[in-house]
Design a protein around this ligand. Structure first.
Ligand code: CA
Ligand code: CA
Length: 236
């Protein structure tokens, strides 16, 4: 009898440990990988025929399991004017925008909500300040809408660090599309950054990664797991 009850206790302890570990394991989603094509498909060359194609990346932006294209091009008469095209797998131009070559520009594609197309996590700026945003792409209109400005955090086992974008490996998002975030913090931003007019709070968003700089963040009171729409609404 004694050994049986001890055995039961052991099982209970094991279950308890698993319940404690599971929330840690069940998080973190990789960003979607972009593949570089060595050569632009002939259809793309026909589509963008009055500009010089410099680079072609392939990624399924629309979420229909067919690879789309991100094309960087240059106007032949002006070698400093660059454009980016997002082109669907069946060679429809979804979006065209001018792009600028200087400064810090890191972007990650990831699906964070219920619509099939990918969302974008963007870090854009210069040495003196970087804007961190989440952008939502509308496949029908081609619009890329900034829905949230945020403060990035990289969480390690022991500490929270400022989440520089080159150190991100995953977004902390669980199977229910809930992102680890904080709307209750005293993080102060300095530098040359955009202060969004339509947000009262710039929430902290959590990433996994390998912090390369010893800048810890200790001003976060409370974290929650929330879907992106909740984070956006509660930030307003
Ligand atoms: Ca696609
Ligand atoms: Ca989506």
């Amino acid at each position: 009898m004694i050994s049986k009850s001890l055995g039961l206790k052991m099982i209970n302890v094991n279950i308890l440990i698993w319940l404690l570990i599971l929330p840690i394991l069940a998080i973190g989603q990789d960003f979607v990988k972009l593949d570089t094509l060595q050569e632009a498909p002939i259809e793309l060359q026909k589509l963008i025929n009055n500009e010089e194609i410099i680079a072609v990346l392939s990624i399924d932006i629309t979420g229909d399991s067919k690879s789309d294209y991100i094309v960087t091009s240059r106007i032949v008469e002006n070698e400093y004017k660059f454009f980016e095209y997002w082109v669907s797998a069946d060679f429809n131009i979804l979006r065209r925008m001018e792009v600028f070559g200087d400064g810090i520009q890191i972007r990650k594609f990831i699906n964070i909500d219920l619509d099939p197309e990918l969302e974008l996590i963007n870090a854009i700026g210069f040495e003196d300040g970087i804007d961190y945003t989440i952008q939502d792409f509308n496949v029908i209109t081609g619009e890329l809408k900034t829905i949230l400005y945020f403060n990035p955090i990289i969480e390690t086992e022991l500490k929270d660090y400022w989440g520089y974008p080159w150190d991100w490996t995953k977004l902390k998002i669980n199977q229910n599309n809930k992102i680890k975030a904080s709307l209750n913090h005293n993080i102060e931003r300095d530098g040359n950054i955009t202060i969004p007019k339509n947000q009262k709070i710039m929430p902290a968003i959590y990433f996994e990664g390998n912090p390369t700089q010893e800048i810890t963040v200790e001003k976060i009171q409370e974290t929650n797991w929330l879907i992106i729409n909740e984070i956006v609404e509660k930030s307003r």
